[in-house]
Ligand binder design. Structure first.
Ligand SMILES: [Zn+2]
Length: 100
């Protein structure tokens, strides 16, 4: 028995999400996805601005010396944050106006 990763209900033996969430018929499932989207947007923005801040700081401090490894990591955080934000944005946009 597995628990649906979206609504938390019994999803059947080997399923990750229940039938209702697959078909979008579980009451409240689109709100759950929309709020997950919101969470992804928030964490994506945190990564993005955290990475941007670290990049600015490390660029400022490393412009005088060779290398710049920390800058590359910070750019990674920006890219990952931006992607996570987009994923959250799309899932929020697709689910916010749906009626269950
Ligand atoms: Zn479900």
């Amino acid at each position: 028995m597995a628990i649906c990763s979206i609504c938390g209900r019994n999803a059947g033996l080997m399923e990750e999400v229940c039938e209702g969430c697959k078909n979008g018929t579980t009451p409240g499932s689109s709100q759950v996805r929309a709020s997950r989207g919101t969470r992804n947007m928030i964490f994506g923005l945190l990564w993005f601005f955290g990475g941007a801040t670290v990049t600015a700081l490390t660029l400022a401090s490393s412009s005088s010396r060779e290398g710049g490894g920390p800058v590359i990591y910070a750019v990674g955080a920006i890219v990952i944050g931006f992607i996570q934000f987009l994923i959250g944005l799309f899932s929020w946009l697709m689910n916010r106006n749906r009626e269950d």
